[in-house]
Write a protein that binds this ligand. Structure first.
Ligand code: SF4
Length: 239
């Protein structure tokens, strides 16, 4: 659950966008987002290596090559999708092709259906690494687990694990500190985008980046305030 914050990191992240005027260029908006990524990563690095944190917090089980959490729906802001689409321009075309193939299979799926499909994110390499690591979404950055076997079980039986969590038979295994740090950075980005009059909406990663690849002028329209098509939005589960 994302709870908007107005703390120091959120305000610093928003400040990275301060020099931009409404309808910013794609390059300027992406550069400001890169500043937010750097700011949030520095904040997390400083925290995770502090004596206080090392003494009190459980260790993260996340390792390069472990991609259990990369088999679910990821929500992104329109600007994060733009940043990834720009990054893909300098990557081997197979990566964009892989994105299109996964999107063709997952488009329109709800969060639960996506998890049940057990399909990997198009950007996950066969050896379990993120192929867009420098520009990966803030949501991905904030997810740190203390138990890789929990993540593996959630991948293998998403509905069963969710039911056990809801019944209180299992405890969540995700670290709250990185989640809070990257959520603060996300709050800053949202504040900045609101000021720039961009539409605030959570888009599905694959669908949004595919749409940008298919229409070279779409990024500029979003930066000018156009609302992304509804079919690109995250699809919640029916209750
Ligand atoms: S973008 Fe990268 S980190 Fe995020 S789900 Fe995809 S592979 Fe994993």
């Amino acid at each position: 659950m994302f709870t908007p914050s107005d703390d120091f990191l959120a305000r610093s992240a928003a400040a990275a966008f301060a020099p931009l005027s409404p309808k910013p260029s794609q390059a300027d908006a992406c550069a400001a987002l890169d500043q937010v990524f750097a700011l949030a990563e520095q904040s997390w690095q400083a925290r995770r290596t502090s004596l206080d944190y090392l003494r009190s917090a459980p260790a993260s089980a996340c390792r390069a090559g472990c991609g259990w959490c990369c088999h679910q729906q990821v929500g992104v802001t329109p600007l994060e999708a733009v940043r990834i689409a720009v990054y893909l321009q300098d990557q081997p075309p197979e990566l964009s092709e892989s994105l299109r193939q996964v999107n063709a299979r997952t488009k329109g799926m709800s969060t639960g259906q996506r998890a049940e499909s057990r399909l990997a994110c198009a950007f996950l390499s066969l050896d379990g690494n993120c192929r867009i690591y420098p520009v990966r979404p803030l949501r991905c950055r904030g997810l740190h687990s203390i138990d890789a076997s929990f993540c593996a079980a959630s991948h293998q039986d998403p509905a069963g694990m969710r039911a056990k969590l809801e019944a209180g038979q299992l405890r969540p295994v995700y670290l709250s500190v990185p989640e809070a740090i990257f959520d603060s950075a996300l709050s800053g980005v949202l504040m900045a985008l609101k000021k720039l009059k961009m539409t605030l909406v959570s888009l599905e990663l694959h669908a949004a980046v595919c749409a940008l690849l298919d229409d070279q002028k779409l990024a500029q329209r979003w930066l000018a305030g156009a609302r992304p098509d509804r079919t690109l939005a995250l699809v919640p589960d029916k209750r």
